[in-house]
Design a protein around this ligand. Structure first.
Ligand SMILES: Nc1ncnc2c1ncn2[C@@H]1O[C@H](COP(=O)(O)OP(=O)(O)OP(=O)(O)O)[C@@H](O)[C@H]1O
Ligand SMILES: [Mg+2]
Length: 350
């Protein structure tokens, strides 16, 4: 029975996809399974009785001199410690390995059992994923910057050309109306045309404002946020309390733009999704950072579920925060209202 059980155990160890090695108290390899040969390129006879350090890259040994002593030395410690290290194959090439250690009491004394996985491929895939994540982030950042720049340009164009021309047209039509008699049918027609042109001019001004609020450049973030909240409050009959404290007027443009756009999207979402009746917006500067907080008393939502809905607002809030090294957090839940906090360090802004 003992022989049976020993051969089953042996078969189990040999069938493991991991390399398994046992190391004695003096740091020598006492056992190894067949996969070990594949991972390190040594035959079993070349491994047995040799110091475990032969499987660790020189660079890594230099970096971590106590590795064998502290890590492989059998002891009564916690089992299952896992580390990633640089191993060395017989041909001198390096292999990234993950080692999980356990310690076993045997008739030969206490041994360290090392379960080794070759993670070179996994690390390469992780590296590729990380590189493409960084590229996507960089692309998103430059798209957002380009979008902001373009919005500012189109907004100015609309304001400086179309708005001015419509204003002057309204003036000319008014002038023409003044030259006709009030009893004349053309007079009332002209006044109606003038009113329509004025309305058009206001619409264009509003579009230009939504593209890029001129207050942000001319009067600063406090005034721009106040105007934004006033407008949302008036249009949608939601009471919005605005508190701004100790916020300097001299704001880095990119930080101001980020805070403004995040507040704008949060308020848009509040109007679109929350059914809120009350909200508050607070902007406070302290310890070299500016904290923006937008709260509503609406229906709230489940953040994980919302992420799969295909909206871009939350994603763009996060990207904008990331560009200025800001920290965005969302506290919400069904029936709990929504609170969005953004903290932007002033120094890190470009
Ligand atoms: N203040 C809020 N109250 C309730 N639900 C919200 C609130 N803000 C966001 N949500 C939920 O989170 C989802 C994602 O918001 P997000 O801004 O990303 O997308 P969207 O508003 O649906 O579309 P987009 O912003 O692209 O026009 C929303 O669809 C909504 O379900
Ligand atoms: Mg949205």
């Amino acid at each position: 029975m003992l022989r049976h059980s020993a051969s089953t155990l042996h078969a189990l160890i040999e069938s493991s996809p991991q390399a398994i090695l046992a190391v004695s108290g003096d740091g020598k390899i006492t056992h190894a399974n067949a996969i070990t040969e594949k991972v390190f390129g040594y035959s079993l006879s070349e491994l047995l009785g040799q110091p475990i350090e032969m499987l660790i890259a020189e660079d890594f040994k230099d970096k971590d001199a106590g590795l064998r002593k502290d890590f492989f030395c059998p002891r009564d410690g916690p089992v299952g410690i896992t580390r990633e290290i640089e191993g060395r194959r017989k041909d001198g090439t390096q292999v990234l390995i993950e080692i999980t250690l356990g310690y076993v009491d045997t008739l030969e004394g206490k041994l360290a059992a090392a379960f080794v996985t070759d993670i070179t491929h996994r690390k390469m895939l992780e590296q590729i994923a990380e590189t493409s994540r960084q590229k996507i982030s960089a692309l998103a950042a430059s798209l957002l910057r380009a979008q902001e720049k373009e919005r500012r340009r189109v907004s100015r164009e609309l304001h400086d050309t179309l708005c001015q021309q419509l204003a002057s047209l309204a003036f000319d039509v008014g002038d023409l109306a003044a030259q006709t008699s009030p009893s004349d049918v053309a007079h009332s027609h002209l006044l109606k045309i003038q009113a329509r042109v004025v309305r058009m001019s206001e619409e264009v001004r509003h579009i230009a404002y939504r593209l890029h609020p001129s207050e942000l450049d001319d009067l600063g973030l406090n005034a721009a946020l106040q105007a934004l909240c006033d407008e949302v409050s008036k249009r949608h009959h939601i009471t919005i309390k605005v508190v701004t404290k100790d916020v300097s007027e001299q704001f880095p443009l990119e930080a101001a733009s980020c805070l403004y756009r995040v507040c704008q999207e949060a308020l848009n979402n509040m109007v679109k999704h929350s059914k809120a009746t009350r909200a508050s917006v607070a902007l406070i500067e302290e310890h070299g950072s500016v904290a923006l907080s937008i709260k509503d008393d609406g229906v709230g939502f489940c953040v994980e579920a919302a992420e799969g809905k295909g909206g871009l607002g939350m994603i763009s809030m996060k990207e904008r925060a990331r560009i200025v090294n800001g920290k965005l957090s969302i506290k919400t839940g069904p029936g709990k209202g929504t609170r969005i906090d953004l903290v932007v360090p002033l120094t890190s802004s470009v």
